[in-house]
Design a protein around this ligand. Structure first.
Ligand code: PLP
Length: 362
């Protein structure tokens, strides 16, 4: 048996005619930049997420930049985030000249530990960026409470969690600004790079729209220093098709996760994912913890089972952040989880036979 990790090929086969026609239509119209498909997508994203404003952009990294630029974050500011995430979350803070300030994660959800945030707040702190890791929103009530008390903004990095909810509200509608990524392997992926930012505040939304287009207020008149951050029309066309089927895909991902959990419950060598009762996860990953990870990965590989590690080194120990002065031992939970975490094949189409095969080898 040979198992596919994200199974993008199967998904393409499912929606092939519609997606290929949508791409062909853009090719024939030649509306490659900001064509109608982009506005259509943004409207559908607003309807799906419940966020008042959705603005598509070039990728999930630029989405974070747009969010922070809109909030005026830059040199001299501090932004609190998790060290257990993809580099983009903290890299963008540093890219804008601000300082990433790390706070360790919760041992069960692997998301920012809200009880540890307040001790890191200084007069320079401008925002908190929780990441909805593996698809699950962080403890948003507590994070919002702290943000309100200290007059901070909340940017949710929802690159992995499009369609997840916290107390019934999508995480795209929950931040002062929320972001997402449409990287192909994300729960809702396009056929290249793509992303979006979400806001409920009109002024912030308009500013991000302008920043995405080189800060222009009208053609060749530039109010802000911005960026070339648009989503290609072809990617919007693909997403318009895939978004229609996304509610079904999300349910299938949740089903797959349930099946994994049921089948793995008795395995004493594994720590399984924990989903808080206030949240629903988009299940970007199904990640387990295991002590002998490298050995097990090798064994699974030989059995045709691909695995991945999200992420093997926490950000405070990355070479690029050496200047921040952190050291091993500063964020013990992030460090332990980085050593033990391993993601199993996850997509809406994992079959019962595949799960059986994986469980047998674990
Ligand atoms: C948590 C997180 N933030 C940001 C990003 C960046 O998204 P993109 O690859 O679309 O730039 C990713 C993508 O892997 C991510 O997982």
């Amino acid at each position: 048996m040979k198992i596919d990790f994200a199974n993008l090929q199967y998904q393409h086969e499912l929606y092939k005619d519609e997606i290929e026609n949508a791409i062909l239509k853009v090719a024939r119209n030649c509306n490659f930049i900001m064509g109608n498909e982009v506005q259509e997508l943004e409207k559908s994203l607003e309807e799906f997420t419940g966020a008042k404003y959705a603005i598509s952009c070039s990728n999930g990294t630029d989405a974070l930049l747009l969010a922070m630029m809109a909030l005026g974050i830059g040199v001299g500011d501090e932004v609190i985030t998790t060290p257990f995430t993809f580099i983009a979350t903290a890299e963008t803070i540093a890219f804008l000249g601000a300082t990433p300030v790390f706070v360790d994660i919760d041992e069960k959800t692997y998301n920012l530990d809200s009880t540890k945030i307040e001790t890191k707040i200084t007069s320079k702190t401008k925002a908190i960026i929780p990441v909805s890791l593996y698809g699950q929103p962080a403890n948003m009530d507590e994070i919002h409470k702290i943000a309100q008390k200290h007059n901070l903004k909340v940017i949710i990095d929802g690159a992995q969690s499009f369609g997840s909810t916290y107390k019934g509200i999508t995480d795209s509608a929950l931040g002062d600004i929320s972001t997402t990524s449409f990287f192909p392997a994300k729960p809702l992926g396009c056929y290249g790079d793509g992303g979006a930012v979400f806001a409920n505040d009109e002024e912030l939304a308009n500013k991000m729209k302008s920043l995405r287009l080189h800060g222009q207020s009208k053609r060749y008149h530039h109010k802000y220093i911005g960026m070339g951050g648009r989503l290609d029309t072809i990617q919007a066309a693909v997403l318009n098709v895939k978004l229609k089927y996304y509610p079904k895909d999300l349910l299938l991902r949740q089903e797959v996760a349930k099946k994994y959990t049921k089948a793995l419950e008795h395995k004493s060598n594994l720590i399984l994912p924990y989903v808080d009762e206030k949240t629903t996860s988009a299940w970007a990953q199904y990640s387990v913890r295991v002590k002998n990870r490298d050995e097990l990965q090798e064994k699974l590989k030989l059995a045709g089972i691909p695995t991945a590690v999200h992420y093997p080194m926490p950000l405070h120990l990355q070479e690029c952040f050496a200047y921040l002065g952190y050291k091993k031992g500063d964020f013990p939970i992030s460090e332990i989880v980085s050593d033990e975490i391993m993601s199993l094949p996850m997509n809406p189409y994992v079959t019962d036979e595949e799960i059986e095969h994986i469980v047998w080898k674990l």
